[in-house]
Design a protein around this ligand. Structure first.
Ligand code: ARG
Ligand code: ZN
Length: 856
């Protein structure tokens, strides 16, 4: 079942034109397909088309009946076909029983599709692989009353009524595309429209389809789309290429959204937003996901992937582009910190687990398992390093060259790197190791005084990972500077650091400084210039000096995070944190008390997840208690200062505007600390009552949750009642319940599963309740008796039989057993073994669980 990148073969046939006629029906949709097929070369192979869960009713070649074909569970095999012919098939499929949400399915009465990666084969027989590009003509028939809107990719070219109360619309997409970009949507929507005029004066109709009654929540997404279109023209010179751009919001969706050509399908959570129901973070995510899918039109659709091992070609690049966009629309620092948290909390954890893989994987059982933080987010970090190395203009030149060479093609990551290579004198051969080597490089920095100079040695080592024993040295652009305790900057003697970057292109480099009086403090990894871990022993005074004096705000934030981490480890070891350190922290924080952006980031104590990254053999109880103790003492000691900050921020009516967002965030971060102290429960209640927006409401609830039970329960009841018929808001309520630390958490979860608005069939609900518990309820999930692990496992066994993709995502916390101590490891593996024994286990869950159990 394992597929290997090295085994790639070009397709035996090409399909150049596709005509589909689809008659929609809940349990018997009829898909009639006409394919123009051409042999690729002179071989005599059978024609083998992918197909799953299809019921084949008719088949002809060039209008002649076919009777020598063979149908298996996964394919249609036709021997001895000609070199060029037309294959017509009719299949029926059942959208209403499709709970895996792959292929054509029903979401609350709306027909929609999800074809990436390999879902098109659940709609009709096809060469369902990204290097087969075809133009599509699609006619959709459906009941006129129930399904007034019938959509597919491209431009609408014709429509009409049938005699039986149905109607039809014909769509034509002139751009050849792989089958994973196919989409079909039908339903009864409210529609928001607008137009966009491109840089060359072309008019594009913009259409946003939402559930009836939700029009007032669509405007922000539509405005975001226009901002993204403009930005891509300004920054990359890329213009939209069809007459119409459609976005549809659906409630049942496995992922965030999908970039189908001209017809994006979105999880409603990344489209619908207004101040009453969406937080600032939700608004941010809507804008960023809308942009991400729009940017795919060039990086993904016009230039697509040759095979699925190349997924990062489009995803890493598109994530990088959406990150640049978000930074331009909002602010650089908080965006960068957000990405770094994702890398450190999730990507480093993936590297350390049995699922470790390079951004361009070599082996895959189930492709859906590789839509990972490694492929997406580490992939984006690799692109970012290229951007750092080539500079803004160089990178743009490389992108221009990439489109010039490959527009309309299905290509590889190597093709991308060679387009970049053609515009730079740097040799990118060594750099491209980042595509094939997995794991997190560790950079050690050591200092030595020698006579009248100081030597600083920077070295690299990548520890072995589950998938690769041998590691080589990488080409790493390392943000680097040197200061002393007073903040004075120093240059190395040989000028090896240029523009703040040290190119670590070998195992180690030693820098020489002419300095003997004061101790030098290396400030490493400015702006998180590479996805690496830094190993360096700095004491608390030096960390505070970096916070006070370094130029780079990321370094400053990071220094404080390290100091917090160190304090927590003191508590783990049953030791005290020195008064002088508390004093240092106090003055450091107060020096930034009006810089709300940096301040809020610095007031966030590293999460349990982040703390796990700097530890091994973790005793969950001890670490969690140490963190709790630190956070509580932090709140107690700094209460007056925190209160003062809280009171210094006053905001008028809600606006999603950058300055307000930053101030509101700071206020809510401060409140979360204050909420731990019983005496502030009135303040928290007041924050809740006075809120005119979801950001503050949720901030109050989270603060109350820190204070345990009172007034948390009362506020949760009032919140649940107020929003009981709003699924997206209710997800926040489910998630707050699931992350609350309480003795009876498991019976509480069981009760919530019976809530009328909860449904195992809706991935958003499942992620809100079960996902939040497994990923973020530290004490509940890691209960010593293993009951949290057992609870998740029971749930996954059930979920896997209907939705394997979501089940495989939620198994992740169990597969990360290696970071915990033997006691937890044993309990986690027991549950993984129980999963593996399940009959009919999906490929998705099988791949992750079997790898995890085989890992030592
Ligand atoms: N290409 C989509 C995006 O990142 C995600 C599709 C995920 N599909 C999947 N089967 N996991 O925008
Ligand atoms: Zn994407």
């Amino acid at each position: 079942q394992v597929k290997r990148r090295a085994d790639y073969q070009p397709p035996a046939f090409f399909i150049t034109n596709v005509e589909l006629t689809v008659h929609l029906h809940p349990h018997s949709t009829r898909v009639q397909s006409t394919l123009h097929i051409k042999r690729n070369g002179t071989h005599q192979h059978d024609l083998v088309l992918d197909g799953e869960q299809l019921n084949l009713v008719e088949i002809t070649i060039d209008n002649q009946t076919v009777d020598h074909h063979k149908v298996t569970d996964t394919a249609l095999i036709i021997p001895s076909v000609g070199d060029e012919f037309i294959l017509s098939t009719v299949c029926t499929i059942a959208p209403d029983s499709n709970k895996a949400l792959e292929g054509l399915y029903l979401s609350n009465g709306v027909y929609c599709t999800q074809c990436e990666a390999e879902g098109f084969r659940r709609i009709t027989y096809f060469l369902d692989r990204p290097d087969v590009l075809a133009t599509y003509q699609v006619t959709v028939h459906g009941d006129k009353k129930v399904l007034p809107t019938l959509l597919s990719n491209g431009n609408p070219v014709d429509k009409g009524d049938n005699d039986d109360g149905t109607h039809w619309v014909k769509w034509h997409d002139p751009h050849p595309k792989p089958s994973y970009l196919f989409a079909l949507v039908a339903g009864d929507f409210d529609l928001l429209t607008d137009t966009y005029t491109t840089m060359n004066g072309k008019q594009v109709a913009l259409e946003l389809y939402v559930d009836k009654g939700k029009l007032d929540r669509g405007q922000f997404a539509l405005d975001s789309l226009k901002r993204a279109m403009k930005w891509d023209e300004q920054v990359y010179g890329l213009e939209y290429d069809l007459e119409i751009y459609m976005v549809v919001a659906v409630d049942f969706f496995n992922m965030g959204a999908m970039e189908n050509k001209g017809l994006n399908v979105f999880n409603s959570k990344f489209v619908l937003a207004n101040p009453a129901t969406a937080t600032d973070e939700d608004f941010f995510n809507v804008e960023s996901v809308i942009a991400h899918e729009y940017f795919h039109n060039w990086t993904g659709n016009r230039v697509t992937c040759r095979d699925w091992f190349q997924l990062s070609l489009k995803e890493g690049l598109t994530v990088f582009r959406d990150q640049q966009f978000s930074a331009d629309m909002t602010s650089e620092l908080s965006n960068r910190i957000k990405h770094v948290r994702v890398i450190r909390e999730h990507q480093f954890a993936e590297d350390a687990s049995a699922m470790s893989h390079p951004i361009r994987p070599d082996e895959v059982i189930e492709m859906n398992n590789f839509y990972t933080v490694t492929v997406y987010d580490k992939g984006a970090e690799v692109i970012r390093m290229l951007h750092t190395l080539l500079g803004k203009d160089g990178f743009r030149a490389g992108m221009d060259e990439y489109f010039k060479r490959h527009d309309g093609q299905a290509v590889t990551c190597d093709d991308f790197v060679s387009a970049m290579q053609s515009v730079t004198d740097l040799n990118l051969t060594h750099f491209s190791k980042w595509y094939s080597q997995s794991g997190t490089p560790e950079i050690s920095v050591t200092r030595k005084r020698e006579g009248d100079k100081t030597l600083i040695t920077v070295s690299q080592r990548t520890p072995a990972t589950a998938d690769q024993q041998e590691k080589e040295d990488l080409f790493i652009p390392l943000g680097f500077s040197c200061i002393d305790a007073t903040g004075q900057q120093y240059q190395d003697r040989a000028g090896k650091v240029t523009n703040g970057i040290l190119l670590l292109d070998q195992q180690q480099i030693t820098l020489t400084y002419d300095q003997q009086e004061s101790e030098l403090i290396p400030v490493v990894l400015a702006n998180f210039s590479a996805p690496v871990r830094i190993k360096q022993s700095l004491d608390s005074t030096e960390l505070l000096a970096i916070f006070l004096h370094a130029n780079d705000d990321f370094n400053r934030w990071d220094a404080l995070q390290q100091l917090y981490d160190w304090c927590i480890s003191q508590y783990e070891a049953n030791q005290q944190v020195d008064e002088t350190i508390w004093e240092g922290l106090k003055s450091a924080l107060s020096s930034e008390k009006t810089n709300f952006e940096l301040l809020s980031e610095c007031l966030i104590i590293p999460s349990f997840e982040t703390l796990c990254q700097s530890r091994t053999n973790i005793n969950v109880e001890t670490l969690n208690a140490a963190r709790e103790q630190f956070v509580r003492e932090f709140a107690e000691r700094f209460e007056p200062e925190l209160l003062a900050i809280y009171q210094s921020i006053s905001l008028a009516d809600y606006h999603y505007d950058q300055q307000d967002v930053i101030a509101r965030r700071c206020k809510n971060v401060v409140l979360a600390h204050l909420g731990r102290l019983q005496q502030n429960s009135e303040l928290v209640q007041q924050h809740y009552t006075q809120s005119d927006n979801m950001t503050d409401t949720l901030g109050a609830l989270k603060a109350a949750q820190q204070g345990h039970s009172d007034p948390f329960n009362a506020l949760m009841d009032s919140f649940g009642e107020r929003w009981k018929s709003d699924p997206l808001v209710l997800d926040k309520w489910f998630s707050l319940h699931a992350t609350t630390e309480r003795e009876d958490i498991l019976s509480h979860l069981t009760m919530l599963q019976a809530h009328p608005q909860f449904s195992i069939e809706n991935p958003n609900r499942v992620r809100a309740l079960i996902g939040s518990f497994a990923f973020y309820n530290t004490s509940g999930f890691h209960a010593l008796d293993g009951s949290g692990y057992e609870y998740l496992t029971d749930y996954l066994i059930n979920l896997d039989s209907s939705n394997p993709q979501v089940a495989a995502r939620l198994v992740t916390p169990l597969t990360q057993w290696q970071r915990f101590n033997k006691h937890h490891q044993h309990k986690m593996k027991t549950q993984l073994a129980r999963l593996l024994e399940q009959e009919g286990l999906s490929n998705d869950v099988y791949e992750k669980v079997s790898k995890s159990l085989a890992y030592e």
